[in-house]
Design a protein around this ligand. Structure first.
Ligand SMILES: [Zn+2]
Length: 259
């Protein structure tokens, strides 16, 4: 559950909409993946997580369904404070961040532990660049997808609640965008390295960006277009001059924020 910790009410509403969307899509996909021969298995699951085979690090539809249910139940029951980056934390190259309170102690299979051990505080920090992203990707051609607010929101929620990582492939390519992901698949889907420590290798289920693109890919084109239109309309009328000022202040430049 998102808790507003000092961000503009309109912007918080937008993030709350992403939260609702994530819950609805997680429910829909986990139900579908619980059935044998789900069409999702050979399309979206294979595309973003790989299947085992053909990718050595791939995931089964059961694992994906289970993880979606864990994400949904955690997001429903555990609070996460949403705040702006402080002056010290501001970084134009960073969209947002949401590390778990005890970074590194949780694993995907340890979600039950997470639910009973939430003495730490979960915080989602919205950084300046996030405000300039499109709400959601509307291009059905996944090869052209870039970052969106929704995909980034999911990316960060999985950092917080599933202990996912930012990774790079065995050529040192950071796995941040869909193009990097597709290059990794083309490269044979070799084990992914933890980007920061290089100390361990991750499965595709442990990659934050995979979740963002996967969940966004669960939506039909018309669903994506409808959500995008709704958010853009809401930004036009609902984003106050104050929020635009705030965005500009966070950006540290005078140029208007692209919305
Ligand atoms: Zn990340």
């Amino acid at each position: 559950m998102l808790v507003n910790d000092g961000i503009d009410a309109n912007y918080f509403s937008e993030l709350s909409l992403y939260q609702e969307l994530l819950l609805v899509l997680s429910e829909r996909a986990s139900a579908e993946l619980s059935r044998p021969n789900s069409a999702l298995e050979t399309t979206q699951v294979a595309r973003w997580f790989g299947l085992n085979p053909p990718l050595a690090t791939g995931a089964s539809r059961g694992e994906v369904a289970k993880t979606l249910r864990q994400l949904k139940s955690t997001l429903n029951t555990v609070g996460i404070n949403v705040k702006y980056a402080t002056l010290k934390e501001r970084d134009r190259g960073t969209l947002g961040s949401a590390l778990p309170p005890q970074w590194g102690n949780y694993t995907i299979s340890g979600a039950e532990k997470l639910l009973v051990d939430t003495g730490g505080k979960f915080v989602f920090t919205a950084n300046s660049a996030l405000l300039a992203l499109p709400p959601i990707n509307t291009d059905a051609n996944t090869a052209n997808w870039g970052q969106s607010c929704f995909a980034n929101f999911i990316h960060e929620m999985t950092h917080a609640f599933l202990n996912t990582d930012d990774v790079e492939d065995n050529t040192g390519q950071s796995m941040y965008g869909p193009a990097a992901h597709l290059a990794w698949v083309a490269n044979g889907g070799a084990k992914l390295n933890d980007r920061y420590t290089h100390a361990r290798q991750c499965s595709t289920l442990e990659v934050a960006s995979n979740w963002g693109f996967f969940v966004e890919d669960l939506m039909t084109t018309s669903e994506r277009e409808a959500v995008s239109a709704k958010v853009l309309a809401s930004r036009k009328t609902g984003w106050s001059a104050k929020l635009r000022e705030e965005a500009n202040r966070l950006l540290g430049v005078r140029a208007p924020v692209r919305i």
